[in-house]
Write a protein of this length. Structure first.
Length: 193
């Protein structure tokens, strides 16, 4: 089945479902209207019967047309409700047929590879990767960020270069004033004219 045929089939199916839904909604409105009219006639019947009873003039001929109208409304309500049930049963049967005739889904596409730097499982037959606890080290060629003042170095920090003081060790004391060191030039306080 081509793409366009598939789209056309989907549109036809949606149109049929919308049509059934609209028809059911219309029939529910008809039932509600007939129920309202039957209830109104019932109230009118009760009012008329009570009025005739209270005046002492209650006879069958005066109640007969109202009772016939109520019976007609009740018959129409039952017919419309049967039609609703029939349409719903047809829709359910049609849906079951569609489900049984639906083509099998293609096999699932392979999963996307994880994002760069994401931990990945080792290939089959290989031992798991040794991952240090805590944060992952920076990529090769990049120095780690220095720790904030007063904090120990990060656990993944590179070893210090040879001859560098150990982290956290006190730095050598600065030499006291050395006479051989040149003195800072004196500030020029004279004014020139």
């Amino acid at each position: 089945m081509s793409f366009l045929e598939s789209v056309q089939h989907g549109i036809e199916k949606a149109s049929q479902q919308a049509s059934r839904f609209a028809k059911i909604q219309h029939l529910h409105q008809v039932v509600n209207d007939l129920t309202f009219k039957a209830d109104k006639e019932s109230r009118d019947l009760v009012t008329a019967a009570l009025g005739l009873f209270q005046s002492g003039k209650l006879t069958q001929s005066e109640l007969l047309p109202m009772c016939q109208q109520i019976a007609t409304y009740q018959q129409q309500i039952a017919e419309v409700q049967e039609e609703i049930k029939k349409i719903q049963a047809e829709a359910q049967e049609h849906a079951q047929q569609e489900a049984s005739q639906a083509p099998a889904l293609p096999p699932a596409a392979p999963a996307y590879p994880p994002y760069p730097g994401a931990p990945t499982p080792p290939p089959p037959g290989y031992p798991p990767y040794a991952v240090p606890a805590g944060a992952t080290p920076p990529p090769p060629g990049y120095a780690p960020y220095p720790p904030p003042p007063g904090y120990p170095p990060y656990p993944y920090a590179y070893p210090p270069y040879p001859g560098a003081p150990a982290p956290g060790a006190p730095s050598p004391a600065a030499p006291a004033s050395d006479a051989s060191a040149p003195a800072a030039p004196a500030a020029n306080t004279s004014t020139s004219s």
